[in-house]
Each structure stands twice: as C-alpha cells, then as structure tokens.
Design a protein around this ligand. Structure first.
Ligand code: ADP
Ligand code: MG
Ligand code: ZN
Length: 630
C-alpha cells in the first residue's frame, strides 16, 4: 500500500523567516551594545568616594540606585577631571553631604535605548531557545522518514494517507471468518460511496464506528479493506503515536488530522489502538494522571462533535482490544455509537482464513484444511496466517516441494507448546519421572470427562518450562463447560503428580504448574461459577473486570466477604482439588500395569502419538467405584 506524505509545505517558509529575523536582531545587538555600556570607567570603593567628597575634590555626581558616577575637579594640567564610578550603599545622608561640599549632583538621565535593552533581554533568549529546539525537531522529523517536512511540523498529524486505485489494495476478499463485522462495514462503505441515498431518506450517517475484538482478529485489516472498497482517502494513525513528544502536541495533531480530513471528504479517519488515548479519565490506578492523554482525548471528543453530519462525510473508524478501558464519553451517541465486534473465527471461519493463506503456498494434495481448522479452536486470524507460514517454513527446511499435513500438525504444536528444546538434556532418573508423570496425565485425561482427546505424549522438553507434555487436542469449539467436565480437567491436571506418588512414593517440583492451574480452576468453580453446594450460587469475585468476551481479567478482587465465608471458600477450593487428586489416584491405581507399560515405551521412543497411542489408551478402564466429589 503506497503511503503518501500529506503534510503541506508553506510552514517551511516560517523557519526561514525566523532565522532571518534572529540574525537581524543579533546584528543590531552588536551595533548597539557597546554604546549602551560606554567606555570603561575605573571603579573605586564607596569609602574613597566619600573621602573625596569630604576633601572637596568632587565636581559633579550622577547618582542612581545601582551606581554613582562622579567627576573630579580638573587637576593641574588637565582639561577635564577624571571620572570614577562606585557602587552606593544605602546612605540617606548622601544628598546632605554632597550639598555641604558643593558637589553638583543629579540622577542620571534615563538611557534612551533602555526599552531596547529590555526588549533584547526578553526576546533574544526565547528566540535562541526556539531556534535550537527547531533544529532538533527538524532533524527528528527527517530521521523518521518524514522527508521534506517543515521543521515546525512536529505538531502536524503523522496520519498516513492510503490512496485509492492502488494495485496492492486490501479488499473484503482478504478478510474471512468475521462475517457479521463485514456486513456492518459494507454498510459504511455504502455510506461513503453514495451518502445522498441515505440522506434523502433522512437516515443519519454514523460518525464513529468502533471495531472491538481480541488482538490479531483482523481489525486493522478490516479498516484497510473498508478504504480499499470505498475508494476514498483513508487517514490512518495509531493511538500510540498521538501520545509522544510534547505536551499539547497530541491535541494539535488531532485538530490537524480532522482539518485535513474535512478538506478531503468524503473520507475515512482510522485511529488504531484507540485505548492508548481513550482510556477512562475517571478510573484506573493513574486516575487524574496523564494530562497529555487527557488533552488529546478532549480534543478528539471536540472534533467528533464539531463536524456536522451531512455537510461532509467523514467517518471515524477506530479499533481497540480493550473497550472496557475506554472513556464512556467516547461511546456516547454522536461519537463511537456503533460498535462492531470482530471476534475470533469459528470452525468454518478458520477454514476460510486458512484457505486465503493456503492459496499463497504450495499445498500437498492430501492436506485437509478442514481438519486443521478443527484442531485450532481459539486461534485468531493472525495465528492462522502465522500457522500456514510456519508449516511452509518446515516444508522448505526439509527440501520438500509442497507443504504436507504433517507440517501443519507440527506447526500447531509449535504454536501451542513452544519450540522443542533438544538442548535441555534430562538425566535418566528425571526422564523416568517425566515419563510416568506425563502418562499419568494422559490416562486420567482419557478416562475423565472434559479433557479433549489425548493426541500425543512426549518427553522432549518444549517451550519455556515444560519438561514433557501431554497434548490434548480439542475436537470441537467449546463455549460452555459442565461441572463434571471441570472436575475432570482438574483431575487430569493432578494425574501427573498422582502417578509420581504411586510409582515413586514421593513427588517432585515438576507439578508446580499443574497445581497452579488446578487451583485456579477450582477457585473459579467456587467463586465465579457458583458450583459449590456450601457457598451457593453467588459470585464471590467482583464483576465488571471481565473483558468483553467474558474472559476473566487477572486477579479479580474478591467481593467483601465475612471471615467465615472467606474460610469456607478456601475450604471448598481445597476440597475440590483434593477430591480430584483422589480420583486421579484411584484411576491410576486401577491402571497401574498400563501406566508402567506406556511409560516404558515412551522412555524408548520419547514420543507416542496417533493410532499407537489410541490403541494403548483404549485399554484403560475406570475403577468400579471412583471417590465421590467433595
Ligand atoms: P488486529 O488489528 O485485530 O490486532 P490485524 O488486522 O493487525 O489484527 O491482523 C494481523 C494479520 O493477521 C493481518 O494482517 C492478516 O494477515 C491476518 N488476519 C487477521 N485476521 C484475519 C482475518 N479475519 N482474515 C484474514 N486474515 C486475517
Ligand atoms: Mg491492529
Ligand atoms: Zn504435569
């Protein structure tokens, strides 16, 4: 997409003028300053002056607050007396004394060019400062690729203008899996193409459309597609670019951006990452904090209110992944009153997105994109684009002509579990422990509800912390979880540690992450989902912190609860986790032979997956009675 610099030139002349004026002033200063200071006169102490007055040798004196300048009576052979100066002390007797000794005295005539001195004092330093400042501003502007921009343009909008008729332009065909959002934005395109059609009926064209959704779902891409489809100028700027440099610059930028846009109407202004400027002014840990951001936000609000709908079609698109942090004022009617959810794609959406990117690589005939889509719930558009690229890289690395299904599977694993770390070498004992631990997870996961299909067990270290891992592949998108499934997940998480206990009679540090996740799940069951009989269907977590998709934010604060309730919560959480551990134990005890068999096998091969794994897991059996839930 071609980017055209849209800033105007005339400002450049201003720096020219300024430099000229400045050097002119300096010249004047050089001419006049010596006149002001006059020829040098020798200074004497005040006491000497008083002595000379007393001696009667002083002819006349000019007395001011800062200085006394006096002339002696001409000595023999002199035409005029010598002139001295001294700094006066506070001396009320002085006039009397001068009079008594017949000295002619007066206050000095005010220098004619004093106003000029004052002017210089006030004007020159700021001018010098401005000149230095501009020198740097100009350098910075140039360095950031704003080539040819005037030095004064630091407050100018850095908005980039995407021009229509570009051959690489983005269209709606490049976006998939977000059909509802597409429909809404197609309407925006219609507004821009033929505003009259809407105005004739009396329909109000929306001013602001806010794209809301998790990162990587294609918000920026969609905005570009709107520009591409509508064929109108498209000013794009990121919220984070507003809040840099100097106080006041952000607001000036907003003003300038709207000014430029209005001249080009109909057009689109796109503000990416709106939350960078639009954070709520009222709340947050830095309440009352960032003046600069607040000014920028206020300016944005003013501008959005300022242009009347109808006379110029400027539509403001904005994107954010944190709408809950936005200032309410932004969401009021007349501002971003339209909100379009750009969500993570569902199964068919993922397949469509994979299709878009698969077209760009050479695929093996056997590749089943539907199956890949099925294995990647929760992936956003950006993840899928990345996945296809990873798979292509893997194929290229092994000198193959096309990308195979296996490449995709490996790529999914990379994204989900991180890169294999062959360098982290485990000793034999550790390897054995990890093997039993992972098989423990797999067996419990295979038998309990809620776990997805166990697809692979590996004792090759991967990612940041995992020494081994059990990969469970979901078979479908899940939006709800039953209580039984949650219990099953917790039991699966504890399966690793339970296996260590049963086989070795002791535990290692390897289960830390499992315990963490199990505890969190149990806590959420009690505090958020109301799944505890003792505590009832109450939400003990303070709401309102959840983001728009219902995912919990980090560390939701507890509602104010009595001490007994707090105790009861802790008791319930502990009860759930312990019950899950007992279940995991009883399952593993019941399948101890299988546990050992699979662990031995994995110690040889390091990895078990596919058919072979399914055959083995099929032999697992639930015990006749499983410990009851808490
Ligand atoms: P966001 O702005 O929502 O964080 P982006 O629009 O920057 O996400 O997406 C990053 C990249 O991921 C895009 O350039 C595009 O290649 C790919 N992508 C994301 N969502 C989609 C989608 N729905 N369809 C096609 N490609 C997508
Ligand atoms: Mg973006
Ligand atoms: Zn584990």
């Amino acid at each position: 997409m071609a980017i055209k610099d849209n800033s105007r030139k005339p400002r450049q002349f201003q720096i020219g003028n300024l430099v000229l004026t400045l050097s002119g002033l300096l010249l004047l200063t050089n001419i006049f300053l010596p006149g002001i200071l006059g020829p040098s006169i020798s200074r004497v102490p005040y006491s000497m002056f008083i002595n000379q007055v007393g001696n009667g040798t002083v002819e006349r004196a000019s007395v001011s607050q800062e200085e006394i300048r006096y002339q002696l009576k001409p000595a023999e052979g002199e035409e005029v007396g010598q002139v001295f100066s001294t700094t006066p002390i506070f001396d009320l007797e002085l006039p009397k004394r001068l009079e008594a000794n017949g000295v002619e005295f007066a206050a000095p005539t005010p220098p004619k060019n004093r106003w000029f001195t004052t002017l210089l004092g006030w004007v020159v330093p700021p001018l010098i400062f401005v000149a230095i400042f501009q020198f740097f501003a100009a350098r910075q502007g140039g360095g950031l690729g704003g080539g040819g921009r005037g030095a004064l343009s630091f407050t100018r909008s850095k908005a980039k203008l995407y021009v229509e008729g570009d051959d690489t332009k983005t269209t709606f065909a490049d976006v998939a899996g977000v059909e509802e959002a597409k429909v809404e934005l197609e309407e925006v395109v219609e507004f821009l193409k033929s505003p009259q059609r809407f105005l004739k009926i009396g329909a109000r064209i929306p001013k602001g459309v806010l794209l809301v959704g998790p990162p990587g779902t294609g918000k920026t891409l969609m905005a570009k597609a709107v520009a591409g489809e509508a064929g109108v100028p498209f000013f794009s700027i990121s919220g984070s670019e507003f809040v840099e440099l100097f106080v006041g610059a952000g607001a000036a930028r907003v003003r300038d951006l709207f000014e430029q846009a209005k001249k080009q109407a109909p057009c689109i202004i796109f503000i990416d990452e709106l939350d960078a400027i639009g954070k709520s002014r009222a709340s947050g840990p830095f309440a009352g904090g960032n003046d600069e951001r607040e000014q920028t936000l206020n300016q944005l609000l003013t501008e959005m209110d300022g242009f009347a709908v109808g006379d110029a079609t400027v539509i403001v698109l904005a994107a954010t992944n944190r709408p809950e942090t936005l200032d309410q004022a932004l969401l009021r009617p007349g501002r971003f009153d339209r909100q379009v959810l750009v969500d993570r794609p569902d199964l068919s959406g993922r397949e469509e997105i994979l299709n878009i990117y698969a077209r760009k690589v050479k695929l093996d005939e056997a590749v089943d994109l539907h199956q890949i889509a099925a294995r990647t719930p929760g992936f956003a558009g950006a993840d899928l684009a990345n996945l296809v690229n990873e798979a292509a890289l893997l194929a290229a690395r092994t000198q193959r002509e096309s990308v195979a299904q296996a490449d995709f599977n490996e790529a999914i694993e990379r994204v989900v579990a991180g890169l294999e770390k062959k360098s982290r070498v485990l000793n034999e004992t550790e390897k054995t422990i990890v093997a039993y631990h992972e098989v423990g997870h797999a067996l419990v996961g295979a038998l309990m509800p809620g776990g997805s299909k166990v697809a692979k067990i590996s004792i090759i270290p991967r990612g940041m912390a995992a020494l081994g891992y059990t990969l469970q592949m979901p078979t479908e998108d899940r939006f709800l979880m039953s209580e039984a499934e949650l219990h099953g997940q917790i039991a699966t998480l504890l399966g690793g540690r339970a296996a260590e206990e049963i086989i070795f009679g002791s535990v290692t540090t390897g289960a830390a992450n499992d315990l963490q996740r199990a505890t969190e799940l149990a806590e959420r069951m009690v505090m958020t989902y109301g799944m505890s009989k003792v505590l009832g269907p109450l939400a003990y977590e303070k709401g309102g912190q959840n983001n728009f998709l219902g995912q919990e934010g980090m560390g939701n604060p507890r509602r104010m609860v009595s001490e007994e309730t707090a105790k009861a919560i802790d008791g319930e959480v502990k009860g759930i986790v312990e019950a899950a551990r007992d279940q995991a134990r009883s399952i593993l005890k019941n399948n101890r032979d299988l546990l050992e068999a699979i662990a031995k096998q994995i110690l040889e091969t390091e990895v078990i997956e596919g058919e072979k794994l399914q055959e083995l897991l099929k032999q697992a059996a639930l015990p006749d009675s499983i410990p009851a839930l808490a």
